[in-house]
Design a protein around this ligand. Structure first.
Ligand code: SAH
Length: 224
């Protein structure tokens, strides 16, 4: 855990953004079955309200997905926690997130993994996320404007890849860019989606379905 998150008064918040409000969210996550204390710590210390527009900041610690503009959403805390927990099981050193959005999931990963790359197709969202991550001084997170359907070839291989938008099928580049022993976590489907984990073993992908979920679709192409 980055020590500065504990120390910087800016991140303590007041009222609806206070540590007490965050503690209530953590209590709920534990009740929902989140066990990894590193994940709980990161979610306890990260100022989720700073990843939302001001008008929605007061809802930041509710158990719900929230809009972040341009038709996109920040996932509910439970989903962020569960996906991060699944990712940490393989103790990755270098991870790729597809779909930076607000930057919150990337920030959670940045607290727990040495090297984090995240790509986003919508430039305005990426610029806001860049600003937030810079303010938090999470220097191990690199953001990139790109179409995540093609992963991030020049930085591959990754120990883990976390996809936070739903494709109908896994883009082949993501399998290719995963290291041997690596793990891909991805919501798959259209209306009905299944959060799936793929482990790369002896060059083969072994699939495990985790839970029904609802994400925005993984779309083609990067846009200004
Ligand atoms: N992880 C984000 C939430 C993601 S919402 C957070 O913590 O806030 C899904 C994001 O995926 C959206 O911002 C959407 O623009 C992005 N996205 C959709 N298709 C994409 C693609 N092909 N490449 C990169 N990003 C994509």
């Amino acid at each position: 855990m980055a020590e500065f998150l504990r120390l910087n008064p800016q991140f303590k918040g007041i009222g609806f953004t206070s540590q007490r409000t965050r503690d209530r969210m953590i209590k709920r996550l534990v009740e929902q079955g989140i066990k990894n204390t590193q994940v709980l710590d990161a979610l306890s210390y990260l100022p989720r309200h700073l990843f939302l527009d001001e008008a929605l900041a007061h809802r930041a610690y509710e158990d719900t997905a929230l809009p972040i503009g341009l038709g996109q959403t920040l996932s509910q805390p439970y989903i962020v926690a569960r996906m991060t927990e699944l990712l940490l099981e393989i103790e990755p050193k270098k991870v790729l997130e597809i779909g930076t959005g607000s930057g919150f999931q990337a920030a959670v990963l940045g607290c727990l993994v040495p090297e984090v790359w995240s790509v986003e197709r919508l430039d305005p969202l990426l610029e806001k996320a860049r600003h937030r991550i810079k303010n938090l001084a999470l220097k191990n997170i690199k953001l990139h404007h790109a179409d995540g359907n093609f992963g991030l070839e020049r930085e591959a291989p990754f120990d883990a890849i976390l996809v936070t938008a739903a494709p109908k099928e896994v883009p082949p580049s993501l399998f290719q860019q995963l290291a041997e022993g690596g793990r891909l976590i991805v919501p798959l489907g259209d209306e009905q989606q299944m959060l799936s984990v793929f482990d790369k073993q002896d060059g083969k992908m072994i699939q495990t379905d985790v839970a029904a979920v609802r994400f925005v679709p993984l779309l083609p192409g990067a846009q200004k």
